[in-house]
Design a protein around this ligand. Sequence first.
Ligand SMILES: Nc1ncnc2c1ncn2[C@@H]1O[C@H](COP(=O)(O)OP(=O)(O)OP(=O)(O)O)[C@@H](O)[C@H]1O
Length: 593
Amino acid sequence: RRRRRRMECTIAQLKEKIFTSDSFSDLDLHPHLVATLNKVMNISTLTSVQKQTIPALLAGRDAVVRSQTGSGKTLSYAVPLVQSLQSIQPKVSRSDGPLALIIVPTRELAQQTFQTFQKLLKPFTWIVPGVLMGGEKRKAEKARIRKGINILVSTPGRLVDHIKNTLSIAFSAVRWLVLDEADRTLDLGFEKDLTVILNSLNSAGPARQNVLLSATLTNGVTRLADVCLNDPVSIHVSGAPCSDLTTTSAVTCDPEGASQSESFAVPEALKQFVVVVPSKVRLVCLAAFILDKCKFSQNDKLIVFISSCEAVEFLHSLFTAVLSRPSANHKPPLRFLRLHGNMKQEDRTEAFQQFSASQSGVLLCTDVAARGLDLPQVTWIIQYTPPTAAAEYVHRVGRTARIGARGSSLLFLTPAETAFITELANHNISLSEMKLQDILSSLMFDDVYKGRGNVGRERSHVRPQEVRERATVLQTEFENFVHADARSLQAAKKALQSFLRAYTTYPAHLKHIFHIRSLHLGHAAKSFGLRDAPQGLTAAAGPGASGSHRKNQNQARKQTGSPREVRLICSEFSSGLESRDAKKKKKKKEEEE
Ligand SMILES: Nc1ncnc2c1ncn2[C@@H]1O[C@H](COP(=O)(O)OP(=O)(O)OP(=O)(O)O)[C@@H](O)[C@H]1O
């Protein structure tokens, strides 16, 4: 019974109710602020996180806020912040310098947050918002700082740059510090920057309200909270007493204290899928999925997460060349956009705005787009390369199903990586399987990919052999494009290399799932349109080339403890998940009996 209790605890999805029945006009806010929310932003009803956070912040408290992606955390701090600054007498002026500092991890999020403040401040023109972010001209930013910015939104690195080099930046008046995506801001590169920022604030030192927010606050953040928060209120929207098994986290409920996992809430209207794909058909599978969603059936809006800038660049040029051909049904050609950290700032801004404004299309990106971005009407999130942590999974899928809307996500895993499903389950995230065969069968809708098989069949009537032939036709097209000239061949090799490099960066506790030695180099090369694994890569990837594949399977067998799964690792088109599910159900039934 003890074991069953823990299992229920682990698989129960955390649920957060997004909206309340309360409205902004019930709060003690300036009527012009309420009117702006209503008329400019079309917002009147409070979300759960806003209902809990806004009164606490209006009362002058510090706060640590966790609620699911797309639940309105930005306004939960921005509204009380504006309310507080507009009430200062004598009125705030530019010469007061920064009164509020908002730190966010990426440039696009800085831009988006700045725009939210611009809207909220419409009736309070004497309060000046500003944004600092890498990639912009330093000189121009310096001039803006000198002129005076009251609400300063910045990425950590750029702010540190100005703290060190811009004499005119003074934090003597700062009374609000907000760390949005606080757990990310604490990550590797940013922790040092944050220390510099906190030191520069503390040395100036007036009383200050501090707010930390994220959908995935973890223990690391609590550590930071000790340093910079003063007796904070802790707002966890999905938090529930341990007695309630349907909503409690695995951490608090684990009777043996064995699980160290944090449970995360994902939006209720989000449908989460996983597809198990052998490396050598990964590329075709992604292409078939995109074609299905954006060309053959509906006009979906997709975000595809990929692990490196080079791989994003490569897939962008490959798909633009091979998949964007005009179609027989006279639909406009498929559009691919890209967003990653190696792009010029103008190109990044343009891609972000274009995708934001478009009704459909595909954005290929790195994790630079994983956090905080509020891109309207995104219908599908595809994780072509798995994330390096469950928290990042949550943020990536959180780019869809925002503020109560529907959305879906699809995670790509190779047969050797399926243990990641259990890792996600430890964080209360459960996925349904989508069949590789079903995804590939969408290729039957287009004669371009016709091999020897017939055309235009109903999905349910297609033979696996025909689908496989079409997949081969498409893979050959990709390979022909890649091998057509030295430049694209080089780009594909670079992309493969960067993919392998990224694969070595999974944290130690996930290395048993994502280990470079478990990769089949020849098959990984296929997923970049290469006919063979390039020479010289073997050393970089260790003995994971085809010769040691059997060894890897043995390793996988040890890890999963399931002989059935290992057999399926060899099978190209079946995932093995269904047999595992059946086994699980049987076990559960036995336990219930
Ligand atoms: N009370 C509300 N009513 C209707 N829409 C709202 C409300 N509050 C916020 N929104 C809208 O919901 C969307 C998501 O809000 P926001 O970006 O603040 O979410 P978030 O919780 O910060 O998400 P993430 O964790 O991904 O950063 C935005 O478009 C915002 O304008």
